[in-house]
Design a protein around this ligand. Structure first.
Ligand SMILES: NC(=O)c1ccc[n+]([C@@H]2O[C@H](COP(=O)([O-])OP(=O)(O)OC[C@H]3O[C@@H](n4cnc5c(N)ncnc54)[C@H](OP(=O)(O)O)[C@@H]3O)[C@@H](O)[C@H]2O)c1
Ligand SMILES: [Fe+2]
Length: 379
């Protein structure tokens, strides 16, 4: 099966389409992070909603890498305004927070612990039908949350997913003017997440020809354009912006693997895309060593990029990391603090739902070894 719930509107200036999309709604709530206000996109969006004849209310200051506490903090404001349309204007963090706010606004009887995928060996309670429409307008080029069915939230520094088609946005507006204002590091970290989405989605146990098409196009685009995009090149930023959504469509269908399981469980250490980039080469080496399927699939990607083997692709990933200044895990945290949580991270990554889609079933000790290799930068 291949599915996509979200209608995608793209192109320079397409933020204006919010006017048409807001028509027929009475109370529109825009959730955004501070940069969107600073760069004028929030007031532009507010104007479109007003022109559509709806009442608009905005909440700014949504944080990066949201947690369960973030949702508790903002939910009363959402309930107070009683919106009939939610607009998420920001990066993956804002979109994920808005998706979770939609769940608890529309279904107040639910608790995070009962609907989140805490552990792949137990099933969460299904999310009922939710009514409030959701429009996602990404300002970074990375997470793919504008088309995905997931909301990723931290609890105690560790990330868990809520996954249901009910939170996949109804509309995504991809206006390449927004990611133009990303600082270099945000462009790098979110862009690296796209490569990881593409490579992991291409190599899961449930990848199919349709998700492959999206994954390959996203990988090729990011490989070619990310270094330029990080430098601020306008054409490159636009290309990577669309590639991010393509990779989102790929993993919406093919899911992700061990790299994401490990980065979610290490979320207390740094930004999501950066952690993924750090873990990716180690996870690829692990998968390639143990699985013919993974080796063959990595080689297919390598050939699309003009190389030959799985080993070549791992080298390409390492070189890209080096070129973009991706650190080792050991540069993000001191040894003692890291070691104190290592067993917990390895056990929880083993139990993460995404680990089930990885081409190789890892043991907790093997995941621990991968964390250690990433920490010390051992090749
Ligand atoms: N749901 C999914 O399927 C999925 C998939 C992958 C990742 N994720 C999640 O997505 C999150 C990461 O999202 P992200 O990589 O998109 O980054 P982000 O965390 O949304 O954004 C990082 C920072 O970049 C700034 N920023 C964003 N857009 C900007 C712009 N256009 N100009 C200037 N500054 C801008 C924001 O700062 P200000 O606060 O100053 O605005 C923000 O704090 C993680 O929590 C990750 O777990 C979700
Ligand atoms: Fe990701």
């Amino acid at each position: 099966m291949f599915w996509l719930k979200t209608r995608i509107i793209e192109g320079r200036g397409s933020l204006e389409k919010l006017k048409k999309e807001a028509e027929g709604h009475e109370r529109v709530l825009i959730l955004s992070s501070n940069s969107m206000k600073r760069h004028g996109f929030l007031s532009e969006a507010e104007d479109y909603v007003t022109e559509a004849g709806a009442e608009v209310f905005s909440i700014t200051g949504l944080p990066a890498e949201p947690s369960v506490e973030t949702i508790e903090e903002f939910l009363p404001k959402v309930r107070e305004f009683e919106p009939d349309l939610l607009v998420a204007l920001g990066g993956g963090s804002v979109i994920d927070a808005t998706k979770a706010l939609k769940v608890f606004y529309d279904a107040p009887e639910l608790e995070f612990e009962e609907i989140a995928f805490i552990d792949r060996f137990s099933k969460p309670k299904p999310v009922p039908k939710l009514k409030t429409r959701l429009i996602a307008i990404p300002s970074t080029s990375g997470a793919g949350s504008e088309v995905s069915a997931a909301s990723v939230l931290k609890k105690g520094g560790i990330k868990y997913n809520i996954v249901t088609p009910e939170i996949a946005p109804d509309v995504a507006i991809l206006d390449p003017r927004l990611p133009m204002t990303m600082p270099r590091e945000v462009a790098r970290n979110s862009g690296l997440d796209v490569i990881v989405h593409g490579i992991e989605a291409y190599t899961t146990k449930v990848a199919n020809d349709f998700s492959d098409a999206m994954a390959i196009r996203a990988i090729k685009t990011v490989y070619k354009w990310l270094p330029l995009s990080v430098k601020g090149d306008e054409e490159a930023r636009e290309k990577v912006h669309y590639a991010a959504t393509m990779a989102g469509i790929a993993f919406l269908n093919a899911r992700l693997g061990l790299c994401h399981a490990m980065s979610h469980k290490a979320a207390w250490l740094g930004p999501h895309g950066l952690l993924n980039a750090i873990f990716l080469p180690y996870v690829m080496e692990f998968n390639a060593k143990r699985s013919d399927y993974a080796r063959r699939r990595y080689a297919e990607i390598a050939r699309e990029l003009g190389f030959q083997t799985a080993k070549d692709l791992i080298e390409v990933v390492k070189e890209l990391n080096e070129m973009l200044g991706v650190p080792t895990l050991g540069e993000l945290v001191d040894e003692e603090t890291f070691m104190a949580r290592l067993d917990e991270m390895a056990e929880k990554a083993y139990r993460d739902g995404l680990t089930a889609f990885n081409p190789v079933e890892p043991k907790p000790e093997e995941i621990k070894e991968l964390y250690l290799r990433a920490f010390y930068g051992r090749g």
